[in-house]
Design a protein around this ligand. Structure first.
Ligand code: MG
Length: 258
């Protein structure tokens, strides 16, 4: 910091004008003192990174598929094997029992090894927000396909910013921040939804504006809350896809934070 040329002169000036002194003291402090106001709610983080915090709604903890149903409300029949919820081809898409608006989502998945399948046929699944907007799951490790259909894409709309896929059979993570569309009194979308996705901790969707429901999604009312949906993807080139999921939890985003 540069020193004043004449400290005595500065001191004299301040003593002559007390208000100037107060202003000088305020300017020197980094922030004015503030009263302690209403404190943020305490949330206890998971014991290790990725584990649900204390206020999360756990949709799958490794023990049971009880939080999941089919579209018609029947209990989901995806088996739980070694702590993982397993998508077995032909058993159908599954939906969370609860419906949500804006939401933070954590989901872990492991794609199967399918070296003889290519492109969209290799380990395809997806996480559908409100049952309408798919964050694509695919084995995108050395598996080129159209970019907005690869892992981490908002399917058909936005390619992921980077390909941060792990090899098949390894556990991977999606952390998703979804802001649901807002509707006007006419029940039409006034403000489109947005989504941010971290894939294995890396930003792949940066607050993109959702352009409408994605392919193979449910044609439901976009002004209504909807379930999280996990895809049982059918592709004529493959007989079965055994996708594994674990550690699925969500936190609804309060209106005040939107
Ligand atoms: Mg898919």
């Amino acid at each position: 910091m540069r020193r004043p040329r004449n400290r005595t002169a500065v001191k004299h000036t301040l003593s002559q004008c007390p208000l100037l002194g107060v202003l000088a003291a305020a300017a020197l402090s980094s922030a004015p003192p503030q009263a302690i106001d209403r404190q943020p709610t305490v949330v206890v983080p998971g014991a290790v990174p990725g584990q649900p915090p204390s206020d999360a709604l756990v949709l799958f903890d490794g023990s049971s598929a009880a939080q999941w149903v089919y579209r018609d409300g029947r209990p989901a029949q995806w088996p739980v094997v070694d702590g993982a919820l397993v998508s077995k081809s032909g058993t159908g898409n599954i939906y969370s029992r609860r419906k949500f608006g804006s939401l933070q989502i954590h989901v872990e998945f492991a794609t199967p090894s399918m070296p003889n399948a290519h492109g969209q046929a290799r380990a395809n699944s997806g996480v559908y927000l409100q049952g309408r907007y798919e964050i694509q799951i695919l084995d995108s490790y050395n598996n080129p396909t159209y970019s907005n259909g690869s892992a981490g894409a908002l399917y058909g709309q936005y390619a992921p910013l980077v390909n941060v896929s792990r090899p098949p059979t390894q556990w991977q993570t999606y952390d998703i921040i979804f802001h649901a569309p807002k509707c006007g009194a006419d029940r039409k979308i006034a403000t489109p939804g947005t989504v941010t996705v971290l894939y294995n901790g890396v930003l792949v969707q940066d607050n993109v504006t959702i352009r409408g429901r994605t392919t193979s999604s449910d044609d439901t009312d976009p002004c209504e809350d909807g379930p999280l949906m996990l895809q049982d993807h059918y592709h004529p080139d493959v007989k079965e896809t055994f996708m594994q999921f674990r550690n699925i939890w969500v936190r609804p985003i309060p209106q005040a934070a939107q």
